[in-house]
Design a protein around this ligand. Structure first.
Ligand code: MCN
Ligand code: CUM
Length: 785
């Protein structure tokens, strides 16, 4: 095992255990599973964004040979399943009954002996739609004469999805602005984009009518929470439901929500008594599952004496037709109010209101840390705009405004308590890697030649690891996670977790935590997750919470085992536990290090017929539920260098420097991999990814022909650096990192584009910075959609 500093075992760039299986094509994804007697389901979706349903005639579809059943809202009503709760305490139609509210909404489900017949039968369902005016622009949805979308909700008279939510303090913010010497205002949109995992969403539901047991195969980021939802919805006891995830081909937040297709597959299997498989295609995934962002933001930022002092933000959040955003209950705009960023502000004030539109529901996905992506984008664009207005270097403005190292723990003006950081140092490391002074010099020379080169900065702070039970829950469930560790007589161990990997390498890193804490080699530690029957309860993987919460749980459970091992070792060595000291894998006598017992000797003893300390049970196991005392606050300094072609307005990201501080790194290679992936996503979001709609609500990006995702060709060789500021409250000193690169990179790239366009006087371009939009901005025109 590679040594890292003074760490001979455990942490370090260990190659991923799971990759042996993946690179041999031996992964076990949802579509690889074929159960005996399994039938297939396909979903009929609405062609209209808003329409009344007068009637649905399923007779021709039912008559097609091979079709077993056609399910509509009427059938679900008899089961009490026509509507389902969302994770944001809204309700969502499982199948549309009275009317459709977005293009792609689920209208009927066909169950047939194979997927081809199921799909063919969809064409035979005759739905009589009466089109209604649609509204896809969130601002227009608030107009008095806007069509009412949620007429199903008692007392709902407008398209507001929730009352205005506020954070910070309005009065002191007004004061900061009154005292400021520079003020800048901007309207900034973070457009709708999509996580688009390689493997789309789907489920196999297998209900056994004899035993009443419901087995669900479903790649899912929060299997335990989903099981609780299904137990409520279906009226089954939780122990009669088992969710198995197997391998997951990417989640990126897309596999957090409960989708209507899942409920239909479950209903289908309960009614048919055979396993029902449903897997959506690419268009269905892009058009109907959890999107990301769609925040329309208005902001003012101010400075006094060269330092940022205040921030004012007013947001319209577009939720689509149903609010099924995933975020802790008490935070209707997620953690967006971390928008005060990495700066020691005098005051800030944030307002968010949410609206319904005739667009697909969902939201908060795509490596977002519960809206921190939007927050970081906004504040980092605003800081850049302020620096331009003040004619000072954007790094200088940041350096003068950062929260100082000595100020941690630091309470922000919107109520977060940042745990630790040295922002100045991390910024300087990024400047060194970039050769910042030289880059500015190069830019000056190029400008003189009429070339458009831009340098963009972003410095982000995230809050990840939701979260402390005193502060947050989802659907009333505390955001805690369990870990169960069993060391077997052979000295090999199994650690079971409530978090679930979708590609982040948990089978490796969680084994490394046990290795680090107990001294059992990581290859001897089996990580078990994604099966609700074989893992402790917990809320799963999203919001980069696995390391902060489950990682801590695994560290604590390992230490519990270590404590038990100490008592056994004391008996074996005929001394007292307090006279023993630990070195990796071994308890030894403090005064005589040559006398000790390894974890293997101790395990053998724990299971042997020999005596154990008075009152101690045999074996070497422990269980914990971890309640994090605070979020962890990773941060980073990113610098993007772009070239804009003056003839075609094409943007090339020539260099990208990313210095992340996620505290102690368990596996630096996996962390770098996470950062590479997230930066590639940032390039995509900044330059090409967007889900748009025409006036009638037709989705214009329902395939990879129209929804462009980045490839290696659009990405530079990412230049990474690291600083390590341990998290003071995490048992390993670690902070989450999975979402950081996606959160931090779009503003760096857009800031670089704006910087490149300075000679043309362009001060704003909304994402994605496609050639058409950048060209329009270069001509001084409004951007095309
Ligand atoms: N890690 C580490 N040291 C740290 C922090 C993290 O070694 N200080 C390692 C972890 O052990 C883990 C990985 O890095 O193997 C990511 O850890 P963490 O930051 O805790 O994030 P999660 O495991 O909770 O992953 C969730 C995060 C989110 S929310 C999205 S969205 C996302 C992402 O991770 N989806 C992904 N990265 C993804 N990567 C892949 N391949 N596929 C996805 O679907
Ligand atoms: Cu916000 S996407 Mo991730 O939290 O699964």
């Amino acid at each position: 095992m590679t040594a890292v500093g003074d760490r001979p075992i455990g942490f370090g760039p260990l190659k991923r255990k799971e990759d042996a299986r993946f690179i041999r094509g031996k992964g076990n994804y949802l579509d690889d599973i074929r159960l005996p007697g399994m039938v297939h389901m396909a979903i009929l979706r609405s062609p209209f964004a808003h329409a009344k349903i007068n009637s649905i005639d399923t007779s021709a579809a039912l008559a097609l040979p091979g079709v077993a059943a056609v399910i509509t809202a009427k059938d679900l009503e008899t089961l009490g399943l026509a509507w389902m709760p969302t994770i944001s305490y809204d309700t969502q139609a499982v199948l549309a009954g009275d009317k459709v509210r977005f293009q792609g909404q689920e209208v009927a489900a066909v169950i047939a002996i194979d997927e081809y017949i199921a799909r063919d039968a969809l064409q035979l369902i005759d739905v009589d739609y009466e089109p209604l005016p649609a509204v896809v622009n969130a601002r227009k949805a608030l107009d008095e004469d806007a069509p009412l979308i949620r007429d199903d909700k008692d007392g709902q008279l407008d398209n507001l999805a929730s009352p205005t939510w506020e954070a910070g303090d309005e009065e002191s913010t007004d004061k900061a602005f009154a005292e400021a010497d520079t003020i800048v205002s901007r309207d900034i949109i973070y457009p709708r984009c999509h996580p688009a995992p390689l493997e789309t969403c789907g489920m196999i539901a297998d209900f056994n009518p004899e035993t009443g047991q419901l087995d669900l195969y479903n790649g899912n980021q929060a299997p335990h929470a989903h099981r609780t939802v299904y137990a409520h919805v279906a009226g089954l006891a939780e122990h009669m439901i088992r969710i198995k995830c197997n391998d997951i081909g990417g989640g990126f937040g897309n596999k957090v929500p409960v989708y209507p297709g899942y409920v239909c597959a479950i209903a289908g299997s309960i009614v048919a008594g055979v396993p029902v498989k449903w897997i959506e295609d690419r268009s269905e995934n892009l058009m109907s599952t959890g999107f990301a962002r769609d925040y329309i933001m208005k902001s003012d930022i101010c400075a006094k004496d060269g330092k940022i002092t205040g921030l004012r933000v007013d947001v319209i959040a577009d939720h689509g037709a149903f609010d099924s955003t995933a975020q802790p209950t008490k935070f209707p705009a997620g953690f967006f109010h971390i928008v005060c960023g990495s700066y020691d502000l005098q005051a800030s004030h944030v307002k968010v209101k949410a609206v319904y539109t005739n667009k697909a529901p969902g939201g908060v996905a795509y490596r977002c840390s519960f809206r921190i992506t939007e927050a970081v984008y906004l504040v980092e664009r605003m800081v850049e705009a302020l620096a331009l207005e003040m004619h000072i270097d954007p790094i200088d403005l940041r350096m003068q405004s950062f929260i100082g190292t000595e100020q941690f723990p630091y309470e922000t003006t919107t109520g977060w308590t940042y745990d630790s950081g040295d922002y100045h140092k991390t910024m300087r490391v990024a400047m060194d890697i970039a050769g910042y002074e030289d880059l500015r010099q190069e830019q000056e020379e190029k400008r003189a030649r009429g070339e458009l080169m831009g340098i963009g900065i972003s410095f982000f702070t995230e809050g990840v690891g939701a979260g402390p039970r005193k502060h947050m829950d989802i659907l009333g469930l505390a955001m805690n996670d369990g870990a169960d560790l069993r060391v077997h007589p052979s000295g090999k161990a199994v650690v079971s977790l409530s978090a679930q990997t979708q590609g982040q390498g948990h089978e490796t890193t969680f084994a490394q935590i046990v290795a680090e804490e107990l001294g059992i080699p990581p290859e001897d530690v089996e990580v078990r997750h994604g099966d609700t029957d074989k893992s402790p309860y917990g809320l799963g993987t999203y919001g980069s919470r696995s390391t902060p919460v489950s990682g801590a749980a695994v560290a604590v459970v390992s230490r519990k085992v270590r404590d038990k091992a100490r008592a056994i070792a004391a008996q074996m060595l005929e001394t007292r536990p307090e006279d023993l000291a630990w070195e990796k894998g071994r308890w030894y006598v403090k005064g005589d290090p040559s006398v000790g017992a390894t974890i293997f000797d101790i395990t053998e003893r724990a299971y042997s017929g020999d005596s154990l300390p008075e009152g101690m049970e045999g074996g070497l196991d422990a269980q914990v539920i971890y309640d994090p005392p605070n979020l962890t606050y990773p941060y980073g300094a990113y610098i993007a260098v772009v070239d804009v072609d003056p003839e075609t307005a094409h943007v090339t990201v020539r260099r990208f420097i990313a210095v992340d501080d996620c505290g102690v790194r368990i596996n630096p290679m996996i962390v770098d991999g996470q950062i590479h992936g997230g930066l590639a996503e940032g390039v995509g979001i900044a330059l090409m990814e967007v889900i748009t709609f025409d006036e009638e609500g037709n989705c214009l990006n329902g395939s990879f022909m129209d929804y462009l995702i980045p490839t290696a060709l659009e990405c530079p060789d990412f230049e990474l650096g690291a600083t390590v500021t341990p998290c003071p409250h995490h048992p390993l000193g670690a902070k989450g990192v999975g979402e950081s690169p996606n959160v931090g990179s779009p503003p760096a790239i857009v800031n670089a584009v704006i910087d490149a366009l300075q000679p043309l006087g362009v001060n704003h371009v909304d994402m994605p910075c496609t050639p058409a939009r950048v060209w329009a901005a270069m001509q001084g025109n409004a951007a095309p959609p």
